[in-house]
Design a protein around this ligand. Structure first.
Ligand code: ADP
Length: 650
């Protein structure tokens, strides 16, 4: 086993690798960017080295700086984590040339699987079923349209260098093909510097089922499957193992196809073979096809760890240090069921817009595994993936594991940035999902129900009012809680998202109070150091830069209203579109003098590796455009101003 390794990554995966290394007695070196100076992975590692600026290209994507840090600190091996340079064969070559070990597959194996088209050709040769389609070199538009026709609509256009669903377009009919091809190619060129695409049959009722494989360069085994069908725009949201409805026959067929794929390239280390499955008639061994291989550890590897009881990072370190596979196929057992939900800083109501912010409060329940790279007080910065944590639960049955997931999501507490927590909790209670009826279209189909708002939030307002009253630290005392010398009725003014709310509080008994909000009356009893609403599950109130009320997966945040605050609505009021986050202006779609409709796209912003279209809040005429294509902007920068709305004279 190695004595010291360097982790060329950040966030939760760096922390997760450090944890296993420590258990194995291996010392760790973290690398970090200037933006991550105080990050959790830096704190957890034994030694940390700064490798450059905040932008990934100035730090986590700099192979030379990473290898220099490795040599300087005297490590024997480098673990790449996932993302960043994890599937970059040039790094593998450079690591080897520096006399170090890369904890992962060979450069050749990564190259063989690097491009979707070449990988498909290789798999076809190895006898692994691949999706019917065209994955040749001819990129002529008319020719590709012909191929789409031959394959039969609907088809999927995919960037051969693709990842994360980018450069991918579903095309329903021949009429849409040319446009879809153009936009897929543009996105691919921009994201991967390679605009080549392939065309695939779009599989009906598609399910994404992937098989975890492990090789030691000589032998290979599989560690069963994961179902990652719950996706939004081709990105995984909740993953599970095993796949619902999986049969022994189908698992056998998929497992041996995956092992065949791994052996075909003499694979060493952890890898994933992703298959697309036609689930329209249940799981059938003749209805799964190879999509691609990921030659690294996956984000969702913890569900496999939960159902096998194995530590995949331990296996990676052991195999990379020269050991043979720790277990043979027959010794790997499947136990129970596991789920993983990806908790993101993102604004679900704004179309899942990635968000930033300082985590005023972050806490996870104990009845789950929470893999995270951040703590209370940390920043979700615009530079990196806005994932906050992965919440993983395990149970003897799917039902139990899913109930545990719902509960863990309800009990997780994040304040300071918007998150998808409520959305995940709703998803974990989705009826079809509970029955195991999953496919990649489920979220899009039921989005309205999954993002529905709770009918009333008065209960939470009452809780916040009580907490505010109770808090001792309020200046000038008018709200210093009920006491012998304070009036028995008080009013607390709270502010939520710019709106003022008044909660009237009355002490009816030393241990009982009433909170009323516009006629709705709630009775609260004193319990411990806080108040509980009678007959209702406890909501947790956390005071951290305002009041955050957590109740059954919902969060409402309030500030005490300061009457001295000026009304700020005069500024924006729908006239000015502000940048919701820092980023780069990719396209400015309007110019001064132009008339726009409400909802009309104004400009395209690239932030956090994704494109976001900002739309007009109302109809009007563009008075001024403040930025142009290529401008780097900060959150809150004005982008486009509309002429003020005409005020009718009376
Ligand atoms: P990326 O590498 O960009 O993530 P993948 O090839 O892994 O792209 O595909 C991502 C997702 O797109 C899959 O999980 C699946 O939901 C969907 N998908 C891919 N290929 C097909 C197909 N042929 N038919 C239907 N859906 C597909």
């Amino acid at each position: 086993m190695f004595r010291k390794i360097l982790i060329a990554n950040r966030g939760e995966i760096a922390c997760r690798i450090i944890k296993t290394a420590r258990q194995l007695g291996v010392s760790t070196v973290a690398v970090y960017s200037e933006a991550d100076r105080n990050a959790l992975h830096v704190k957890l590692a034994d030694v940390a080295v700064c490798i450059g600026g905040a932008a990934p290209k100035d730090s986590y994507l700099r192979g030379d700086a990473i290898i220099a840090a490795a040599l300087q600190t005297g490590v024997e091996a480098i673990h790449p984590g996932y993302g960043f340079l994890s599937e970059n064969p040039d790094l593998v070559d450079a690591v080897k040339a520096a006399g170090l070990v890369f904890i992962g597959p060979s450069a050749d194996a990564i190259r063989a699987m690097g491009l979707k088209d070449a990988a498909k050709a290789l798999m076809e040769k190895a006898g692994v079923p691949v999706v019917p389609g065209y994955h040749g070199d001819n990129q002529d538009g008319a020719f590709l349209a012909q191929q789409a026709e031959r394959i039969g609509y609907p088809v999927l256009i995919k960037a051969v260098a693709g990842g994360g669903g980018k450069g991918m377009r579903r095309v329903e009919s021949a009429g849409e093909f040319a446009d879809a091809l153009r936009s897929a190619k543009a996105e691919a060129a921009n994201a991967f510097g390679n605009d080549a695409v392939l065309i695939e049959k779009y599989v009906a009722a598609p399910r994404h089922i992937e098989v975890q494989v492990f090789g030691d360069g000589i032998d290979a085994v599989h560690l069963f499957e994961r179902d990652c069908s719950l996706q939004r725009r081709h990105q995984k949201v909740i993953e599970e193992a095993p796949a619902p409805g999986m049969t022994l026959q189908m698992r056998g067929a998929m497992g041996s196809a995956a092992v065949k794929a791994a052996k075909a390239i003499g694979y060493s280390g952890a890898g994933t073979i992703e298959f697309i499955v036609d689930g329209s008639e249940g799981l059938r061994p003749d209805r799964f096809w190879f999509m691609e291989m990921n030659t690294r550890l996956q984000v969702e590897h913890p569900v496999t760890e939960a159902v096998t009881g194995l530590d995949l990072v331990e296996w990676q370190l052991r195999v990379a240090s020269g050991e043979r596979l720790p277990l043979g196929q027959d010794d790997i057992r499947l136990n129970g069921h596991a789920f993983e939900a990806r908790l993101y800083a993102e604004d679900v109501d704004a179309g899942f817009l990635p968000s930033t912010g300082r985590l005023a409060h972050l806490a996870f329940p104990t009845n789950c595994r929470a893999d995270t790279g951040v703590r209370t007080g940390d920043e979700i910065s615009p530079w990196y993936d806005p994932m906050i944590a992965k919440i993983i639960t395990h149970g003897p049955t799917r039902d139990i594991a899913l109930s545990k997931l719902s509960r863990a999501l309800d009990e997780a507490q994040v304040a300071g940035t918007v998150t998808n927590l409520t959305f995940l909790a709703a998803l974990s209670r989705h009826e079809g999902f509970a029955k195991g009826e999953v496919d990649t279209g489920l979220i899009a189909r039921d989005l309205a129900a999954l993002t529905a708002k709770p009918e009333s939030r008065r209960r939470e307002m009452a809780m916040a009012g009580l907490a505010a009253l109770h808090a001792a630290a309020i200046p000038n005392d008018p709200l210093a809680g009920f006491s012998l010398w304070a009036p028995l009725e008080q009013c607390v003014a709270l502010e939520e998202a710019g709106e003022m709310l008044e909660v009237r509080l009355q002490l009816t008994h030393p241990d009982q109070a009433q909170a009323s909000i516009e006629g709705d009356v709630f009775t609260a009893v004193r319990r411990g150091s806080g108040w509980s609403l009678e007959g209702q599950p406890d909501a947790q109130v956390v005071e951290a830069e305002g009041y955050h009320v957590f109740s059954s997966g919902h969060l409402l945040s309030f500030r005490l209203h300061d009457p001295l605050d000026r009304d700020q609505s005069a500024g924006p009021g729908g006239d000015v579109t502000l940048a919701p986050m820092p980023g780069l202006v990719r396209a400015m779609l309007v110019q001064a003098g132009e008339t726009v409709e409400a909802g009309q796209p104004l400009c395209v912003l690239e932030a956090m590796k994704m494109e976001h279209t900002l739309k007009a809040a109302r109809a009007g005429r563009v008075a001024e455009v403040f930025v142009s294509e290529g401008t780097q902007i900060s959150a809150g920068d004005p982008l486009v101003q509309l002429e003020p709305e005409a005020v009718p004279h009376g």
